[in-house]
Design a protein around this ligand. Structure first.
Ligand SMILES: Nc1ncnc2c1ncn2[C@@H]1O[C@H](COP(=O)(O)OP(=O)(O)OP(=O)(O)O)[C@@H](O)[C@H]1O
Ligand SMILES: [Mg+2]
Length: 253
């Protein structure tokens, strides 16, 4: 297993926000994290990536307890694309993606041919190589999101956590980005709101509700009419698509 989380608990004051969550993610697997607003997806992702310390419980990535791995070493293996993050700078697109190389470079070394090639390949993957010299501030919302993903790709991680990476993206780029993530030899955990996209691109899905795992399994096992009603408070018909993944048709009433 590439990621093993055991009994993670985290909260603020009296409120438990992530409540005894355990999960595993196999090498190369794409795990979807779904759940209503406030169910704890972002909090759990931050715990899994080591950006927050749990009050109890443990996360192992690639066989190591992440609480004991130095940050820089962790950053060579794990990348995180935050929800709605901003980069408040005058940097160019190239400079922002270059930041992804930081954990791989020593203070004294210059830019290597590998660094340049990785940055360019990351920009090509998200179809942003035509904007390489453009100022970050002048990008559209969807373009910024794609550059953030390129920065994470430039880290050449083995594990990637993405918090609603399809925010601001048009449908073509939503599908394109999820395809890129699925097809890379990466182990990834992705928080998503679009349940049909989660069904299309995730090998397994974890459903969070009030900080606890309500269901975990393949999209067809998890995305049932009953679960959609109980957890998401919506009425829907779940059909089997031609590819075998479930397709949800929401009802207006
Ligand atoms: N530092 C904090 N202090 C107080 N409450 C917090 C803190 N961090 C998170 N919360 C609360 O914990 C709950 C879970 O938040 P979280 O951001 O993990 O949810 P989410 O599932 O990612 O939601 P969304 O779908 O809206 O992104 C929310 O009710 C939020 O207000
Ligand atoms: Mg969130």
């Amino acid at each position: 297993m590439t990621i093993v989380a055991k009994d993670l608990v985290w909260g603020v004051r009296q409120k438990t926000i992530v409540d005894s969550v355990s999960l595993t993610v196999a090498k190369g697997e794409t795990l979807g994290l779904i759940g209503p607003n406030g169910s704890g997806k972002s909090s759990l992702l931050r715990l899994l990536a080591g950006l927050k310390q749990p009050q109890s419980g443990q996360v192992e990535i690639l066989g190591q307890d992440i609480a004991r791995v130095p940050r820089r070493a962790l950053a060579r293996q794990v990348a995180f694309v935050q929800q709605d993050t901003t980069t408040d700078t005058n940097l160019s697109v190239r400079d922002v993606v270059r930041l992804g190389r930081t954990p791989h470079r020593s203070a004294l070394s210059g830019w290597t041919e590998t660094d340049r090639a990785v940055v360019l390949a990351a920009l090509e993957r998200v179809n942003m190589n035509g904007h390489i010299a453009q100022g970050w501030q002048t990008l559209s919302g969807g373009e910024r999101q794609r550059v953030h993903i390129a920065r994470a790709l430039a880290q050449t991680p083995q594990v990637m956590f993405l918090d609603e990476p399809t925010n601001h993206l048009d449908i073509h780029h939503q599908i394109e980005i999820l395809r890129v993530i699925r097809d890379l030899e990466l182990t990834s955990v992705i928080a998503l709101h679009d349940l049909n996209l989660a069904a299309m691109f995730c090998d397994r899905i974890v459903v969070l509700d009030g900080g606890t795992v309500r269901a975990c399994g393949t999209p067809e096992a998890v995305l049932t009419q009953q679960l959609l009603r109980d957890v998401f408070k919506v009425e829907a018909d779940v059909e089997c698509s031609l590819t075998g993944s479930p397709h949800i048709r929401f009802r207006a009433q």
